[in-house]
Write a protein that binds this ligand. Structure first.
Ligand SMILES: *Cc1c(COP(=O)(O)O)cnc(C)c1O
Length: 525
């Protein structure tokens, strides 16, 4: 089998023979799990769910650009439409359906109170170009959330507009570049530890920096000696994730920051894992200059298909003058939106804007609701419970799955396992596919790259003990099958709507356009 560097198979393994499950029914339906064709395959151009009166005959003013042939979109009746989308939705997995242990993602419950607040007309029905006097409440939400973020991180200021973690990284590095340019110090290198999230080196490269790896120690942390040896007048910044993607706290971060600052560089902290330390550690105390916060991770706003992300960036005093606009400021006359760099002394060297308007308003309302409903003590409890849950998983599974850094002590909010100890020919992918049959979304696999066949499990604090115990039973069973070389596992998943796919082909050559079968046939002739 061909393997990538980190041990992921690049081709699907031949399926085990299992006639009974390969073709179980004439319809393809599996009891209540219904097969559903593409809407293009079931819809007809002639069908419609509504009767529309014929369009009045008017003289076209389109100058000959009007459509001559029907648009030929697939049509369905109303009940057919409802069933089509309901069937598709049942093939989806989400946090409202079950445990979502995806590591480095903090897939926590999205409280319904957040949704209720975000839907209040005073927040939901406003426009970013409205006069400021008519949106004082919304500006107050942005300002109050900003104060919470600054306080929780012990930093000096925060830019609210970046729209995701990776966008926040870009924002942080642009501020660092602006600060270096302001002192006439063009530096060309950004140092990134081996265990970094892929967005870190991508961001640095996008900003035009040369990216250099910093190795990890055998216990999974940044190699301080190697980092210090590489520092010099060409290093603009170091990007460090804390807690890191091995689920460990970078205990040397303060020493690292002092060394980076002494060498004239800046420290960017990837704060995506803030859920493990919120209310307990203030990155500002560790010498961090810029850090993004994923509101859609730590602060419970929806993720992925559930809604847009939001990645505010907190800044140290040294970087604050270069942060992007706009900012909300509280004055004696109410809240004002600072949109020009000349308008306020704090924003003198701003590098510009990240987005057209002020950021993800709906997410700000949700995140502030979450923060206020927890309170400062509740947020401390969040990180404690998240870490406790991850350690419960680590210790409950380390006898059946190799846990490479378990000897280093407790983990933070994620438990990391490797494929060491599985029977010949069995991989992390088999475990992930086996878990699907057991009704669980798999954990993050093959990341971080520093661990061969990595499995990264992040339970978050919103799972109770019963859910964790069910997951542990399922993962134990699948791991034991992989260790014992149970050939049937190689055919999993058996019960999912689709079996093992050629994921490489799907990623490299995705079929994104539906072509009518007649057109395909004609082209072939
Ligand atoms: C999620 C994550 C990111 C990227 O955040 P997005 O909001 O997905 O852009 C960066 N670093 C780490 C460690 C992450 O977990």
């Amino acid at each position: 089998m061909t393997m990538l560097k980190e041990g992921r198979p690049t081709r699907p393994v031949a399926l085990a023979q299992d006639k009974a499950t390969a073709n179980p029914t004439i319809t393809g339906n599996k009891a209540l799990m219904l097969e559903e064709a593409l809407i293009f395959e079931i819809g007809s151009h002639e069908t419609t769910g509504v009767d529309i009166a014929p369009a009045p005959q008017v003289k076209s003013r389109l100058g000959g650009l009007e459509r001559r042939k029907p648009i030929a979109l697939p049509g369905l009746s109303e009940p057919e439409t409802v069933r089509h989308y309901t069937r598709l939705s049942r093939q989806n997995y989400g946090i409202d359906l079950g445990f979502f242990p995806l590591g480095s993602c903090t897939m926590k419950h999205n409280p319904r109170l957040n949704e209720k607040m975000a839907r209040l007309p005073g927040f939901a029905d406003i426009h970013p170009l409205q006069p400021q006097s008519t949106v004082q409440g919304a500006l107050a939400v942005i300002h109050e959330l900003a104060e919470w973020l600054v306080t929780l991180t012990g930093m000096h200021s925060v830019a609210m507009s970046p729209k995701a973690g990776a966008h926040g990284e870009l924002c942080g590095l642009l501020a660092i570049r602006a600060a270096l340019e302001a002192r006439g110090d063009a530096r060309s290198v950004v140092l990134v530890p081996e265990s970094a999230h892929g967005t870190n080196p991508a961001t640095a490269a996008f900003c035009g920096y040369a990216v250099e790896d910093i190795p990890a120690t055998p216990e999974g942390r940044v190699d301080l000696a190697a980092l210090k040896a590489r520092l010099g007048p060409d290093v603009a910044a170091v990007m460090i994730t804390n807690p890191n993607t091995c689920g460990l706290f970078e205990r040397d971060l303060r020493t690292i920051s002092e060394a980076v600052h002494a060498a004239g560089g800046f420290v960017y902290c990837d704060g995506a894992n803030f859920n493990a330390i919120v209310g307990r550690v203030r990155p500002g105390d560790l010498g961090v200059d810029a850090m993004h916060i994923n509101l859609h991770k730590t602060f419970s706003t929806p993720h992925g298909g559930g809604g847009p992300g939001s990645g505010p960036v907190v800044f140290s005093e040294a970087l604050s003058p270069y942060a992007p606009l706009p900012f909300v400021e509280k004055t004696a006359d109410g809240h004002v939106l600072i949109e020009e760099e000349t308008a306020g002394e704090h924003h003198a060297g701003s590098f510009g804007r990240m987005v057209a308007f002020h950021g993800q308003m709906g997410m700000f309302t949700r995140a502030l609701t979450y923060i206020m409903s927890h309170g400062a003590d509740g947020l401390r409890q969040v990180s404690e419970d998240a870490v406790l849950n991850a350690n419960y998983i680590l210790r409950s599974l380390e006898d059946v799955l190799d846990a490479p850094f378990a000897a280093s002590g407790p983990c933070m909010h994620e438990a990391l396992f490797s494929d060491k100890g599985m029977a010949e020919g069995f991989t992390t992918l088999d475990i992930a596919k086996g878990l699907i049959d057991e009704g669980f979304h798999p954990m993050t696999v093959y990341f971080p790259l520093v661990v061969h066949g990595a499995m990264l499990v992040e339970p978050t604090e919103t799972e109770g003990k019963a859910a964790l115990d069910q997951f542990i039973v399922a993962l134990r069973s699948v791991a034991q099958r992989a260790n014992a070389g149970d050939a049937a596992l190689k055919g999993a998943p058996y019960f999912a709507p689709r079996r093992r796919l050629d994921e490489t082909l799907a990623a490299r050559k995705p079929v994104l356009v539906w072509t009518e079968p007649e057109a395909v046939a004609e082209a072939a002739e």
